[in-house]
Design a protein around this ligand. Structure first.
Ligand code: SF4
Length: 226
């Protein structure tokens, strides 16, 4: 009898502790406050916290920081790269290394500031040595990106590089064949181009096409705002 009372008394607490350890209370909070509408900012904070605590794939073992994403939730554009590199891992922010500076320059060239757009990656923790994320890592991490896209509900998505393209379009076709037209991810228009790191590495091969893709993005975005 006493044992039953004990279990009854502490079962809620034990469930809370398990929820906290597994999800940072997100599941319990969303159940408890299901009738309350959280602001976008609060909701992105919940996603960010889930990412920072995530241990669902082995990429968490060597990360310094998980990198959820950063930027404007109302700007209407999401840029999606591959995964954090060394600087992103150190700072916990996306695209802050050389490729990030290059991305900022590319955005400036089409009259966009970084704080006008939201920037994230397919996987949120750095693959060791900046290797390409493995399919199982991508699949495990993808629900976070799905939540970010669902929350922000962008007018347009811009995929940077093959990993983002394969993940969102489910196509193994190369960027050179897919670029230059509007695709869709769940009815959201999607433009794709090369990853800034690839453009930095092989400017002669990728710079011109990337510039044309960005101009297409600029024109599409301008038309949306008319
Ligand atoms: S890469 Fe994604 S799934 Fe893997 S530990 Fe990091 S946040 Fe979790």
């Amino acid at each position: 009898m006493k044992e039953l009372d004990f279990k009854k008394q502490f079962s809620g607490i034990i469930e809370d502790v398990i929820d906290y350890l597994e999800t940072g209370f997100t599941d319990r909070l969303s159940k408890q406050y299901s009738g309350i509408t959280l602001s976008k900012k609060d909701q992105i904070t919940l996603i960010d916290n889930d990412v920072r605590r995530c241990t669902k794939c082995h990429l968490h073992l060597k990360r310094l920081n998980a990198v959820p994403g950063k930027g404007n939730l109302e700007g209407g554009i999401i840029f999606i790269g591959e995964g954090p590199g060394e600087m992103e891992d150190i700072k916990g922010e996306p695209f802050v290394g050389k490729a990030g500076q290059f991305l900022s320059g590319m955005l400036a060239a089409i009259q966009l500031k970084r704080d006008e757009v939201y920037i994230t990656n397919v996987v949120k923790c750095r693959p060791p040595g900046n290797r390409t994320p493995l399919p199982e890592e991508i699949n495990t991490c993808f629900p976070y990106l799905e939540r970010q896209i669902a929350l922000i509900n962008p007018s347009i998505i811009c995929c940077l590089g093959g990993v983002a393209v394969r993940t969102l379009l489910g196509s193994d076709t190369g960027i050179s064949k897919l670029r230059g037209k509007i695709h869709h991810y769940k009815d959201i228009p999607l433009i794709l181009t090369y990853h800034p790191a690839a453009v930095l590495r092989f400017p002669d091969r990728y710079k011109r096409d990337t510039w044309n893709d960005l101009k297409m993005l600029r024109d599409f975005y301008r038309d949306l705002k008319k």
